[in-house]
Design a protein around this ligand. Structure first.
Ligand code: ATP
Ligand code: MG
Length: 334
């Protein structure tokens, strides 16, 4: 039986942007961007994780940086297999040893998308693979009880997926998701500056601006100088980015997240009305770090929003609990 061997098991949060691995009795042993680079001339693996991510957009012609996942799902099975092989190689030193792996995945993946995760892990070197749904990991990671009949509402805003789920009695009562999240905010910032300021900025700068200037409520009177390309002259030049513009770019994506959560709240069964109103929303995922987002959600939806302590590590900590504590074994499926 799977969980008699927890010392040979690992939990993986295979996110669109970030991969984290948890080893029993050790904690988080790996935290890397979900990126891999290939040498297209030699047809070989070149680099992966943070080192591959660092060269993305700056890569020479013969190096191709690839992302095995897009919007929460594997989009290129071969790339995913190669990526997971590297992850396993990093964790397991003895090449003949095949670990048992639990992968936390969005709950709305299709059966084909779920099979792709299982296949990529098996061919990447896992002996056995079990899937765990992200909302369970999120609730366990933030120490919320999922056994009780009182519903727990979890909102996970990641890089590729935003998912809102209602859990109770060890099960998923309902969930709604959109494949829109932090990466779409970065893209919206790039588009905003291209269309309204006639400057071209990189996705990397867009993400930096989101983290340092992005805010949902009071927009700070702040600017950051970056180097851009003028969209008309095509020449590089310095440009002062105003926080108000970053706010304008973010707002349409934030509206979609509010609308999704509103749709979820309006469709929960009346028997959960009291639990949800009293318990509020548990907010997790890297994009929940966007300044002011919890207050914005709370004001728009008129409900309490409680951010988890460490939104970038919450899912993996919960998935780690699921492999360490036998009482959660029933949450693991194929
Ligand atoms: N301080 C911050 N402010 C705003 N956004 C942030 C901040 N820190 C990280 N993010 C964003 O969080 C996202 C990554 O979050 P997370 O690691 O939860 O996603 P993921 O698990 O890789 O993706 P998914 O769950 O959607 O497949 C990125 O879009 C990143 O830009
Ligand atoms: Mg995630």
């Amino acid at each position: 039986m799977f969980f008699h061997h927890t010392s040979h098991a690992y939990a993986i949060d295979l996110g669109t942007n970030n991969t984290l691995v948890y080893a029993p009795n050790k904690g988080i042993v790996l935290d890397e961007p979900t990126s891999i680079a290939f040498d297209t001339i030699r047809q070989t693996f070149f680099d992966w994780g943070a080192s591959a991510h660092r060269i993305a957009g700056k890569n020479p012609k013969h190096i191709e940086v690839m992302h095995p996942l897009s919007k929460g799902a594997i989009t290129n099975l071969n790339v995913a297999k190669a990526y997971i092989k590297e992850v396993i190689r990093r964790m397991v030193k003895r090449h003949w040893f095949k670990p048992l792996i639990v992968v936390s995945v969005p709950s709305d993946l299709t059966s084909m998308e779920r099979n792709a995760v299982i296949e990529a892990c098996k061919e990447g070197g896992a002996r056995e693979v079990r899937l765990l749904k992200d909302p369970f990991s999120a609730a366990l990671g933030s120490q919320h009880s999922i056994e009780k009949p009182e519903g727990v509402l979890v909102l996970d805003i990641g890089a590729g997926v935003t998912e809102v789920s209602l859990l109770a009695c060890n099960g998923l009562v309902m969930s709604k998701s959109i494949r829109i999240a932090g990466n779409d905010i970065d893209q919206a910032i790039v588009e905003h500056f291209k269309n309204h300021k006639r400057v071209l900025i990189s996705l990397r700068d867009a993400e930096m601006l989101k983290k340092n200037l992005g805010a949902m409520l009071q927009t700070p009177c702040k600017t950051i100088r970056i180097n851009v390309k003028n969209a008309i002259t095509r020449m590089p030049e310095p440009f002062d980015v105003d926080a108000k513009d970053v706010h304008l770019a973010i707002t349409p994506i934030a509206d979609k997240i509010v609308a999704l959560t509103h749709a979820m709240l309006s469709s929960i069964p009346p028997s959960f009305a009291s639990d949800v109103y009293e318990g509020g929303i548990v907010l997790t995922g890297g994009t929940s770090l966007l300044h002011g987002i919890e207050t914005h959600l709370s004001q728009q939806l008129k409900i309490v929003v409680t951010p988890v302590k460490n939104p970038l590590q919450n899912i993996i900590m919960g998935a780690g609990r699921a492999i360490e504590e036998r009482r959660y074994a029933h949450l693991l499926g194929a």
